[in-house]
Design a protein around this ligand. Structure first.
Ligand code: ASP
Length: 318
């Protein structure tokens, strides 16, 4: 049997971070170690996979934007097209993994495993989680059955569907929501298939170069409604409202929302809560609709993608 061939695309994050004092892992510089250094800490992986390395950049994921998403997508596309690659792993910061994972999931049809991984503690922390997460991710990527699930995220021995991923804890090792997105565990891999296949536009990564401005506005009791007009005035082509509860639109916001939708600006009702799906409301329209299972970060990415691809605003919300 030939050894599986894996493309490892390293992009930075805490998994590549270094703390000045390993006993103080909260203080560190993300994106300090390159892909080869990460891998050199795990010599045992050479026994299970031939790993080819790519490093488009090495950054804290808070520094990323559409140009970085496009750079990652190009690397993934090259790996997908390469018959000499059996699976792809992307290392990434946890903070904006929701957006990157979501966009990759909608842009690639599942032909070979595509696994993103990350870490909550820097590489030299006394209790670093990156080495274990990267090992589990490589193991997942050499499992052909995983391809059918689309893009997945592996962290803390769990497999998450990129489509429903939400970061729900700022510090814990199991930083991603177990409720909505977990589709399996890894170690010995067990996969519980997610029955819903999200809408995708495979082969269209060029739209990442055309993403329009979409703003997320957090709405609390008495929040200023003129934020919406300000977003429009500054060029937002769509707006996601992170609303209380089940995406409940306060009465005071109705006028500003109507003004936006009359100008053909889509408004998504997302939730400030970290779990559960926002349901459709009787007065929803094609330009004012519920985020469903997408959190505000993913809803923003979904709306940017739909506008760039000239699809109905709610196309990626299914
Ligand atoms: N700020 C880091 C990043 O997103 C956090 C992490 O990776 O956990 O790159």
């Amino acid at each position: 049997m030939t050894t599986p061939r894996i493309l490892l695309i390293a992009t930075g994050g805490t998994i590549a971070g270094v703390a000045a004092d390993p006993s103080q892992p909260a203080h560190y510089q993300a994106g300090s170690l390159d892909a080869a250094t990460l891998l050199s800490a795990l010599p045992g992986l050479a026994g299970i996979a031939d790993i080819r390395l790519r490093q488009p950049f090495n950054l804290d994921s808070c520094e990323l934007g559409p140009a970085h998403w496009l750079a990652i997508a190009r690397e993934v596309a090259a790996g997908m097209d390469d018959a000499a690659i059996d699976g792809i792993v992307v290392t990434h910061g946890t903070d904006t993994l929701e957006e990157t994972a979501f966009l990759l999931d909608r842009l690639f049809a599942p032909t070979k495993p595509l696994v993103l991984t990350c870490a909550m503690r820097p590489a030299n922390a006394l209790s670093a989680d990156g080495p274990s997460n990267l090992t589990r991710a490589i193991e997942a990527a050499i499992t052909p059955a995983l391809a059918a699930l689309g893009t997945v995220v592996v962290i803390d021995e769990r497999i998450h569907a990129a489509a429903w991923l939400r970061k729900h804890d700022a510090r814990a090792l199991d930083a991603f929501d177990h409720g909505g997105s977990t589709i399996g565990r890894c170690g010995p891999i067990a996969i519980d298939f997610e029955p819903r296949v999200p809408p995708r536009i495979p082969g269209r990564i060029e739209v990442l170069g055309l993403l329009p401005r979409v703003d997320v506005l957090w709405v609390g009791p008495g929040s200023a409604t003129d934020l919406l007009a300000a977003a429009l005035a500054n060029g937002a082509c769509g707006v996601v409202l992170a609303l209380p509860g089940n995406g409940t639109l306060p009465t005071a916001w109705r006028k500003a929302v109507d003004h936006a939708t009359k100008r053909q600006v889509a408004v998504v009702r997302a939730s400030r809560t970290s779990r559960g799906a926002v349901s459709a409301a009787p007065d929803d329209t094609p330009l004012l609709f519920a985020a469903g299972r997408l959190g505000p970060a993913q809803a923003r990415a979904a709306l940017m993608l739909a506008i760039a691809a000239q699809l109905p605003a709610d196309h990626f919300f299914g």
